[in-house]
Design a protein around this ligand. Structure first.
Ligand code: EPS
Length: 387
């Protein structure tokens, strides 16, 4: 079973990740993980923190001479900002007196601050916001990069692009997957429609001027999947449900769609389902409105998942809140924030989707080594093609 844990705070020394269940003999290099970490850090609309951080994976377990050994893979990502927060985030007892920062008592609307402080009975909201921060997503991107490496062995690719920012929508209907991927990678907002991308950047400029933030929609695509990942037999084995949970768990995500998603709810059934044909010895579809998922299983078509991100809660424009200690009203605002991180969220979306697909893949095909996994996979493909 593939699983992972992350630990660490936004301004603590490191983010720590353990990924367990990756088969032995997978080629793996930190440089490859670093490419995705860098992609997550880019994007028009990011704030000052990204000029401080330069995320790099330090593999400290599970890999020898560039190959996995079958044991848990441990990855550390250092927080460079830790240098500036050593006293505030000191794990040793007795550090409170030396902490130059006052406790945070003012919960910011839209963050985990208020519910977290009440739930964990904390008087300093820093104990909540440090872990709730989207900084944690760097660790998830590292996990996703390893999972993509597994999937790549089987020709499965996972990528993403920005479909909308602040209501400006990209037109990508006429583009091939390769064009979408290539153009998104070349765009500062990871948008495959250059005209829409320009308009998105101007809208981000406007939000910056107004001291507020912007959300949007990213789309993740997974190509070349076998039929039958996930299962219809039980709710928690349904791959669509697992993908939705994974994408929804990304900080600031408020909606997930698969295939036509909410659009399908407006149509007649005949305009919504994908007819089945048999051509050259294979079952094929001419449409992919289901987004590659039927009955909680992959159907062999590309998996298409969208995530809707709300505008980042941290913003310069003040919003009403109440001090936790004094109960006095105040206007919440901050010194440093991203304006828009939808481009980064797309990269994180890829990572969590890659993890769920890799997990379903390993469930179906098992294998303690890459060779065994390949044997099982090829045997299954053969039996499907012989039908
Ligand atoms: C975040 C607040 C900002 C972002 C951070 C997420 O950090 P800071 O409070 O240090 O300015 O930069 O994102 C990252 C550090 C990152 O790596 O994505 C938040 O409150 O969620």
């Amino acid at each position: 079973m593939l699983r992972y844990l992350t630990a660490g705070e936004s301004h603590g020394p490191t983010l720590t990740t353990i990924l367990e269940g990756i088969p032995a003999d997978l080629p793996l290099a930190a440089e490859e993980i670093n490419l995705d970490l860098a992609r997550r850090q880019r994007g028009y609309g990011r704030g000052g923190r990204m000029r401080i951080e330069k995320d790099e994976a330090n593999i400290v377990g599970g890999v020898r001479h560039g190959l996995t050994m079958g044991g848990p893979i441990a990855i550390l990502i250092a927080n460079r900002d830790w240098e500036n927060w050593k006293l505030t985030m000191d794990p040793r007892p007795g550090g409170r007196e030396a902490d130059p920062k006052e406790p945070v008592t003012r919960p910011r609307p839209g963050h985990a601050d208020l519910a977290g402080a009440l739930k964990y009975s904390q008087h300093d909201i820093r104990n909540v916001l440090e872990r709730a921060s989207a900084r944690e997503t760097a660790a998830r991107v590292a996990v996703g990069a390893v999972c993509k490496r597994v999937l790549r062995e089987f020709g499965i690719g996972v990528f993403s692009h920005v479909a909308a920012i602040g209501g400006i929508e990209a037109k990508t209907g006429d583009l091939s997957f390769a064009e979408i991927r290539e153009r998104a990678e070349a765009s500062e907002v990871r948008c495959a429609d250059p005209q829409a991308g320009e308009a998105m950047m101007r809208k981000i400029d406007e939000a910056r001027k107004r001291g507020t933030s912007l959300g949007g929609v990213f789309e993740v695509m997974a190509l070349n999947l076998p039929v039958g990942l996930g299962s219809y037999v039980h709710w928690d084995r349904k791959l669509d449900g697992r993908l939705a949970q994974a994408v929804m768990s990304i900080q600031a995500i408020k909606g997930v769609e698969i295939g036509l998603g909410f659009e399908g709810a407006k149509r007649f059934g005949v305009e919504t389902h994908d007819e089945i044909f048999y051509e050259e010895g294979r079952f094929v579809r001419r449409t992919n409105r289901a987004g590659g998922l039927e009955g909680g299983m992959s159907n062999g078509e590309p998996i298409i998942v969208r995530g809707a991100m709300k505008p980042i809660s941290t913003q310069y424009a003040p919003m009403a809140s109440v001090d936790l200690r004094t109960k006095e009203p105040f206007k919440a605002s901050i010194e440093r924030s991203d304006i828009c991180s939808v481009p980064a969220a797309g990269v994180i979306g890829e990572a969590v989707v890659a993890f769920e697909i890799a997990r379903a893949f390993l469930e179906k095909f098992g294998g303690d080594s890459l060779e065994e996994l390949r044997r099982n996979y090829e045997g299954y493909l053969k039996s499907v093609h012989e039908r």
